[in-house]
Design a protein around this ligand. Sequence first.
Ligand SMILES: C[S@@+](CC[C@H](N)C(=O)[O-])C[C@H]1O[C@@H](n2cnc3c(N)ncnc32)[C@H](O)[C@@H]1O
Length: 278
Amino acid sequence: MTKEETMTKSGEEVNESSKKRPAVTPITSEGDMPQKKFYRQRAHCNPLSHNDAFEYPRTPQDMDWTEEHYPEPPAGNSLQPTVLDIGCGFGGLTIALATLLPKETVLGMEIRAKVTEYVRLRILASRKENPGSFQNCSVMRTNSMKFLPHYFKPHSLSKIFFCFPDPHFKRKNHGRRIVSERLLSEYAHFLKIGGRLYCITDVKELHDWHVEKCNAHPLFRRLDDEQVFKEDPCVHAMSVETEESKKVERNKGSKHYAVYERIDDSEAPSLDAESFFD
Ligand SMILES: C[S@@+](CC[C@H](N)C(=O)[O-])C[C@H]1O[C@@H](n2cnc3c(N)ncnc32)[C@H](O)[C@@H]1O
């Protein structure tokens, strides 16, 4: 190491000219609450051309959730996730659901590495500050548009949340949207009968897209907005607990939600070849 060089907390070498800048990723010790400002990352990514080599199990049976995700699961809880917060961002809802749904096993899924790390540290710190709590929530970095079948068994999930997903406005990018005909069939495959799919966004055009795609899917039935808001505390939680929902609130924007129930296959309208290919 020359005189001009010094070490950051993370052990990386930096030279004098870059010394005044804060370290790119300060270390947060496990158990300490991370600071969000150090874990910000470019907002949008292309989920279809995300080249990072994600590791994933060959089959859901090969996945051990207890080691890394739920080391001290609450008695009686499933040892595998039953509730997904897809595209969880900084994890506000994932954390809130852990308390709201103590009998469920909650998993936030996030594609951005730094953001996932923030949520992981946030959960560890919350567990440390509140012994015995938050053992039923975790976060995982993955591309949920590609790898869900490697993690989840059919009909194993009771709820899936899509909160303020990236809108991908341009028509040519609509294929990147996380709610689509193809992916809805996947979500239906993993949801239990009677399980729920929740969508919320501040972009009216995207809300209309959600409603159009979900209404058209034979395995989902829309629940009445007002009634579900009254009866299901998750609807209020997703409107106020996510970081994006707070931002929308501050900017006095509007929020649009829709909640769907996974119906039994026998209740689905029958599809003939003609309507299927419409
Ligand atoms: C606009 S943010 C909303 C975050 C959070 N739900 C909230 O309401 O605060 C959308 C999030 O989805 C994540 N995301 C986008 N595509 C994804 C994918 N294919 N798999 C997992 N996460 C994804 C993004 O990285 C981003 O954090």
